[in-house]
Ligand binder design. Sequence first.
Ligand code: ZN
Ligand code: ZN
Length: 598
Amino acid sequence: MSMKRILGLCLALVLLACDNKNDKKTTEKVVDHNVEFEEFKSQFIEELWKGNPIWASYEGFHSYDSILPIPNEVNRQKSLSFAKNMQNKLNQFNERDLSNLNRIDWYMIRDYLMSIEFFENEFKSYEWNPSSYNLGGAFFQVINYRKEPLNKRLKNIQLKLKNVDAYYKAAKANLKNPTKIHTELAIEQLEGSKSIFEKTLIDSLEVAELDEEFKNQFKKSIESAVKSIDDYLLYLKDDLLPKLPEDDDSFRIGKELFEKKFQHQIQSAYSAEEVFKAAVEEKNRLHDQMYRLSDMLWEKYFGEKEKPGVILEQIQMVIDEVSKSHVHRDSFITAIRQQIPELEKFVIDHDLLTLDPNKPLVVRETPEYMRGVAGASISAPGPYDQDAETYYNVTPLNHYSEEEAESYLREYNDYVLQILNIHEAIPGHYTQLVYSNQSPSMIKSILGNGAMIEGWAVYTEKMMLEAGYGGDHLEMGLMYYKWNLRTVCNTILDYGVHVHGFTEEDAMGLLMKEAFQQKSEAVGKWRRARLSQVQLCSYFTGYYEIMQLRDEMREVLGEDFDLKEFHEEFLSYGSAPVKYIRMLMLENAKNKEIKSAA
Ligand code: ZN
Ligand code: ZN
């Protein structure tokens, strides 16, 4: 379940901060470092977008839509000197002079700048991942920006197309040791993304009111871009792929790179190895709990029937029975829509969090162009489009065969569906979004920490059940543990594949036998674990750190600990790494305790 990034500091405020520049030099005496820091941040973002126009259009900043940077050595050096230059500017601020929210921004910028060097000089996926050279999305973001008149968008695209040839020549030159699985992915995806050029862009051109000369030029540019993609595809298929061994496992990045990437991307206080070990322990604990519940439920579903005598088999048998309780395929969305107010009521009645009644969540059918990936997701306005609505997208099941629908509905049975809604909506992703919008920071929106965002959603599942959600339904507990096992096993799989050399058999055993997943889900996860690194750890790591933090806060505050206050303070810092939120929360808590003791 993924989530698009969220809104941030309003642009007007950034501009305002810039305008103040001249006034401030004359009133040097009382320096509010926060004002200077706001200036620095807007300059940082401006430079960031100049160097990364594709990323910028994805975030909704469209000033550089006509530019396509070539992935060559010159641009990598530029990116490194951007990092160095900004690091120097950042170091002119002492983070302790800044407000709490700016202090976290300071850390996040520092960490991001350090990661640039790691990715350019050490990780070097541009040498081994052919699928990173896919321009479909970059062009789609430009043509799909409907606030800009169509003619202007097409003119931007015409300019952007000019570099496609040089782009793919550089891509070929970069590739030194491609992995087999990333090469195959590239071939698959590029075939698909060609349709954005040949169909989406041409269709838009046909309906535009532009003169014939422009249209002819544009079509020529498209033809030449498609030819460049075809050349690249041919190079992958005929030159690279045949040279790669059938059992190529160079996709495993190994312990050292995994740890480093984990530090840069997850930004945890723990090492990847520590989190892996915690996940293995958690898996065993979950199995114990599930065994206990399956024992208690046995009679209800199997009567006098003899138990299989194997723990995991017994759990699986009970899960299979409980999963039969699910909504009808036609009422899937209705069921979700009905549950949202019930979740809100529970959160309010149990004093878990303050919810903003002015921001109702809109549940809708996933728009056609977004379908294909997740069954349910939150889609939030980007940082430059903060007034737009937030949607809870649910994909209807009408494209499924009877069999597929049944399998899907058993997965999202009556119990899991409620946990999914907690995770995606209330008090999970959606609630976190509403809170983070109350302390807007463009930095946290652009560099937002995925482990915190996912960790919060996973944490709320547990927290709701602790508060009594689901009543005394043993089935709810069992299904929650099964759902939570997925998160835990994502971490075990990720680390296992890249560091411990898990084979396909190991992965299937873990996911199907120990995490009770369907084969199709397990196959997809094994593929994802080989194509990505570290990201699958984000859910459990964030969750684990939030649970640890809650224990620490309980310890520091003793009787003064209040769950609602804990949640609201935690969310007030925005989508920042948990370790920085922890630092500030513990500081605050200790100050509070000193004050109340005095
Ligand atoms: Zn999620
Ligand atoms: Zn059924």
